[in-house]
Design a protein around this ligand. Structure first.
Ligand code: GDP
Length: 306
């Protein structure tokens, strides 16, 4: 929780200083304050659609209650944001990750563009699963980048888990097949498979991901159990664009939003979760292994409004 507080500090400070300026000298939430609030939300990268939704909710309250003081704005915003996050994050990931017992190995296919923190997220996840006594296998399916494969191998050595990798530019679906196979053979709990993060044409991306899925299903018919899209929270609107592209290319079931510690644009978590109706499962709030946290909507809102 402390890490989370610290990780969201920049977003929070920026948000509340802007909000403070927006209501200065005002005692009631009037149209002018709402306009300013709209700007504040948009500049925190909550996204236009979600901002409009939040503003509308507050407008309704103002209309209903006749008088809403600016001193109540914090509380009202907090309630609205909590409601939004609750609607789209029906699963609360328990701290022990709570993997379903009937899906073993639990296969996670990780997607996202280069540079968002995909490899690091896989490494951190592997370390945390391993620490909880779970058997992990990694698949270096980003066969287009030597650096990605090397980095994943390094994580494997550091954590002490096997990494399946083939040569450069080989078919990533073969890596996925072997990784899932290895997971089954060694009775692993989790298999995490990296994929190439080139945002090439939509059709190529779709074909590639579809093929990886199809091939791993030859080993485990219901794999992947999770398609985890990694987004860099500090890229604001780019994260929205990437989410749009990837959700078109494949069925994304969970999100990891990284680098929230380095940005004032943490509102992106609220907007993306609302707009795409995909649960945020993990957030990255720093470089250390434990800085990748399971997303808890209540704690998130708490850290934000503390
Ligand atoms: P990939 O290209 O998507 O595989 O990205 P990498 O995993 O190589 O990560 C790119 C950089 O982002 C690395 O320097 C990571 O240490 C850094 N990074 C990843 N997640 C976080 C995070 O939550 N916070 C911070 N501050 N840095 C992160």
């Amino acid at each position: 929780k402390e890490t989370l507080d610290k990780g969201l500090e920049k977003t929070k400070d920026s948000f509340f200083s802007k909000l403070g300026r927006a209501v200065v000298g005002k005692s009631t939430v009037d149209e002018e304050v709402l306009d300013e609030l709209e700007n504040v939300l948009i500049s925190s990268d909550v996204g236009v659609e979600t901002t409009v939704k939040i503003i509308r909710q507050i407008e309704e309250r103002v209309a209903r209650d006749k008088y809403v003081g600016t001193d109540e704005l914090d509380r009202i915003l907090r309630e609205e944001i909590a409601t939004l996050l609750s609607a789209n994050n029906s699963i609360d990931v328990p701290e022990d990750f709570g993997l379903p017992a009937n899906k073993k190995p639990y296969v996670i296919m990780v997607v996202g563009v280069n540079g968002v923190g995909k490899t690091t997220t896989i490494g951190k996840l592997a370390a945390q699963f391993h620490k909880r006594g779970l058997k992990v296998v990694l698949g270096a399916g980003d066969t287009f980048r030597a650096a990605a494969v090397d980095q994943l191998k390094l994580w494997g050595e550091r954590v002490g888990v096997p990494v399946i990798s083939h040569g450069m530019n080989t078919d990533p679906s073969a890596v996925a097949f072997d990784a899932v196979k290895k997971g089954v053979d060694m009775d692993a709990d989790v298999v995490i498979i990296d994929t190439a993060g080139r945002l090439h044409t939509k059709v190529n991306l779709m074909n590639e991901l579809t093929k990886i899925k199809r091939v791993m299903q030859k080993v485990t018919p219901d794999a992947p159990h999770e398609v985890l899209l990694v987004l860099d929270g500090s890229t604001g609107q780019n994260a929205f664009i990437q989410a749009t592209e990837f959700t078109k290319a494949t069925e994304v079931s969970a999100l990891a939003i990284t680098k929230l510690d380095g940005t004032a644009k943490g509102g992106v978590v609220i907007g993306i979760s609302d707009q795409f109706k995909i649960p945020v499962k993990y957030i990255g709030v720093g470089e250390k292994i434990d800085d990748l946290q399971t997303f808890n909507k209540i704690e998130f809102v708490d850290s934000f409004f503390k």
